[in-house]
Design a protein around this ligand. Sequence first.
Ligand SMILES: C[S@@+](CC[C@H](N)C(=O)[O-])C[C@H]1O[C@@H](n2cnc3c(N)ncnc32)[C@H](O)[C@@H]1O
Length: 343
Amino acid sequence: MRTSPRAERPLEHLAAWLNLAPLPVVQVFHGMGAARVVMAGVQLGLFERLADGAKTSAELARPDALEEHAVELILRALEEQGVVRADDVGRFTLRPRAAKWLSPRSPDYVGDFLAFNQAQWDWWGQLHAATKKSAPAFDLHQWAPDDVRWVRYVKAMHQLARFCADEVAAKVRVPQGARRLLDVAGSHGAFSVALRRRHPALSATILELPGAAQVASRLFAADGLTWVEGDALAQPLPACDVALCFQLTGHLDDAQRRTLFTALFAALANGGRVAVLDHYTPDTGRSDGSALVALNYFLVSRTPRLRVGQVREELGAAGFVHLRTHRVLRSLGQTLLVATKPG
Ligand SMILES: C[S@@+](CC[C@H](N)C(=O)[O-])C[C@H]1O[C@@H](n2cnc3c(N)ncnc32)[C@H](O)[C@@H]1O
């Protein structure tokens, strides 16, 4: 049986703990490799095949004529990360904790999100250049409507939304008699679906850029959902009783957010409710694990860190009242803000 690297090499671990070994090498070299072997496992279909049962690297290599020793090396790296387990005769299995996320048969599969990280990888590779004042934003939301990358993007967002959609829906109090739900930048529509489960009288309009609307309406069509193509910043928004705006504000600059909140206020009926969800920085300014997500927003949209208090103030300035702030446990550090249009 294999033991953990810590148990195999206690003296090296003590040296690392005493800061005698170069930590930046671990952060960069091991961090990069750790990400890429998991991504390779998805791309090569290794996790899918391991989900069928234990296999050797030779068995995994055969169908796609892969180099057996390369597959073995990937699997050994995955073993060190606790993703797979090897038995004494070199057969690998997916560990149950990893299978929950990596087996395509699992309802919690996140392989599409990991595949989308091919695009993110390229953006992060340009981080140093992106810090230059004159550098352009990456083109995430400017892709042509028929760009195939929309498929990965929409599927990736859907996979993450599944974990918190019901929790979020439970925290958005829907006004009595509400019928019209507007999901601004709602992509896949999973949050609208969750809200409709609790409030079947709602019908949802999902306002999206054409590329996302076309992919999502094909992949995630469901009763009570209608996709409308458009730019949320360039038009009056459809009239509604409840409005969602999830993971868009972080891509917008101050003026764009003001435009959006004003348009949401105008679109909502009196007494209507708006819910905004995103990765915001706490008002204390202290680190809470959101710095890398904020940097990701900067890379793709050139926007600065956004404090939760700033968004609360902006919603108040647009006219909203009764602001409530909720943490969302299953969304990896997002904050939900819910507010009401007086009426
Ligand atoms: C990070 S995704 C969030 C998707 C979904 N709301 C969620 O939380 O899972 C951001 C979405 O905003 C959409 N978007 C960006 N700019 C937009 C705009 N100006 N008008 C409408 N949608 C926009 C993108 O197409 C993308 O689907």
